[in-house]
Ligand binder design. Structure first.
Ligand SMILES: Nc1nc2c(ncn2[C@@H]2O[C@H](COP(=O)(O)OP(=O)(O)OP(=O)(O)O)[C@@H](O)[C@H]2O)c(=O)[nH]1
Ligand SMILES: [Mg+2]
Length: 316
């Protein structure tokens, strides 16, 4: 996709003003396998305008199908619009790759029924393309782009275990959303995740009896994990219901008090390695190891360097 510089500048200005179409065009531009040149120009131009996304908070919502992730995001969006403090919010839903559950962003949209000209909230859905972790290869770039325009970026993904970990690599704060009696807690133990998420949400607490027993099971599990993982704090557990609105405002306040990590060089480094490994396997990783680079550079600068080194190696 070739863009003239003026077109790109126009799209960026439009997106900055909250226009949906230019933003969608920019996103489509980075959601492509051969987006390198476009990204280089785009993120360069954004940086020039001081749009680096450093003050944006990325929040992940992961959990089993039907736990209520979309409903919760709908409630949070509603609270957000009510607060009306000039902040902006983007929600990215990564569709479940299984066809078992249908609930995705569309349902959410109708539930929320935003006016078409509402500029404070932006929705986007991404196919998961069956990659382990549900996060597809372009999710990172899309999130990075959205951070430049929105104060909050929310990511909804289905899954538990590996999936939850993949998403948490892109977030400043992540929630594992559980529902009562889903067998989730057992699953949670079984999958042997030692990487406890930042925070838990036990949704559907209007189903009181089931919710209470699940809550105690979860707390017991977490206390057990805390004992075997010294130094680990007990993560917050929110009890919510999108039906009765229990716990929603607490959750909202918690998110609004969270701070973005700011320095994203670790993330850049991690995503660079992930990309190289996907494309060139261990061969690529070896070459990267021998490359001296500063991970404070932009992803595209590093990507360019790595590509060059790999080409040199292939040709020699
Ligand atoms: N009783 C009750 N039902 C809820 C609550 N929140 C959501 N639901 C229902 O649970 C079902 C699934 O909700 P969604 O918000 O689509 O769940 P999800 O986690 O986004 O689902 P997927 O995207 O398919 O993984 C819907 O029928 C909701 O109406 C709640 O707090 N209490
Ligand atoms: Mg959903």
């Amino acid at each position: 996709m070739k863009h003239h510089k003026e077109d790109l500048a126009e799209l960026i200005e439009g997106a900055r003003e909250g226009e949906k179409f230019p933003l969608a065009k920019l996103i489509s531009g980075v959601e492509r396998p051969d987006s390198f040149e476009f990204r280089k120009e785009l993120f360069g131009a954004l940086a020039q305008r001081g749009l680096n996304g450093q003050n944006s908070l990325t929040v992940g919502f992961t959990g089993t199908p039907g736990a209520g992730k979309s409903s919760l995001l709908g409630e949070l969006a509603t609270q957000f619009l009510k607060a009306d403090d000039g902040e902006t919010m983007a929600i990215v839903a990564i569709d479940p790759s299984s066809h078992i559950s249908g609930g995705s962003l569309l349902g959410d949209r109708t539930r929320l029924s935003l006016p078409a000209r509402e500029k404070r909230i932006y929705f986007r859905s991404q196919p998961s393309q069956l990659e382990l972790g549900g996060v597809n290869p372009y999710t990172y770039h899309v999130i990075r782009l959205l951070r430049c325009f929105f104060r909050y970026v929310f990511i909804e993904t289905v899954g538990i275990g590996q999936n939850e970990i993949e998403v948490s690599k892109l977030t400043d704060l992540s929630f594992l959303v559980l529902q009562p009696l889903g067998g989730d807690q057992v699953q949670f133990m079984k999958s042997g995740i030692m990487e406890v998420p930042d925070s838990f949400i036990l949704n559907k607490c209007d189903e009181e009896v089931l919710a209470n027993s699940s809550y105690h099971m979860l707390i017991t599990t977490l206390e057990f994990l805390k004992d075997i993982l010294p130094g680990k704090e007990l993560p917050p557990v929110f009890k919510t219901s999108t039906k009765t609105k229990q716990g929603i405002s607490e959750l909202f306040d918690f998110i609004r008090n969270a701070k973005p990590v700011g320095d994203r060089s670790k993330e850049t480094d991690l995503q660079l390695k992930k990309w190289i490994k996907n494309e060139y396997g261990n061969f690529g990783l070896k070459i990267l190891e021998n490359l001296s680079y500063s991970s404070s550079s932009s992803f595209e600068v590093l990507e360019g360097k790595a590509l060059e080194a790999i080409r040199r190696n292939l040709n020699s």
